[in-house]
Write a protein that binds this ligand. Sequence first.
Ligand SMILES: [Zn+2]
Ligand SMILES: [Zn+2]
Ligand SMILES: [Zn+2]
Length: 145
Amino acid sequence: MQNTDAVLDELKRRGHRMTPQRRAIVAEIMAMAGHISPQDIVQRLEDRLPGVNDSTVYRTLDLLEEIGVLSHTHFGTSSGYHHAERLDHTHLVCNRCGRTRQIHIEALASVRDELEEKTGFLADFTHQAISGLCSNCREQLRPSD
Ligand SMILES: [Zn+2]
Ligand SMILES: [Zn+2]
Ligand SMILES: [Zn+2]
């Protein structure tokens, strides 16, 4: 489901009341590419919808996740959403400088397959960011000689 009208229809079909505010929030979310944070949506809507309610934004994100349009990801201390169909990457978060980078999910295919073979567990590396040290920080921490 990639289009705003289809999403609004699906929500209506499930008995959710579609206020003009909620319609605007859904349209904004559907128009966003990449990472979707609740704060971004509030910011983007503020001009057009003065007094947009944060909890309506959060509730709408929840609903869109419920119907499979969005999927949430944890990035260390924060979390955010992606369009579920476009979530093809894992996030690497540096626990020293906080910088995030993305790697394609296929880069972890061998780890995923090995885990599955040994334990039967199918890992979803898109759900939690992987924390560690970025190359920059490692460079800075390297003892100089
Ligand atoms: Zn991402
Ligand atoms: Zn979660
Ligand atoms: Zn770093």
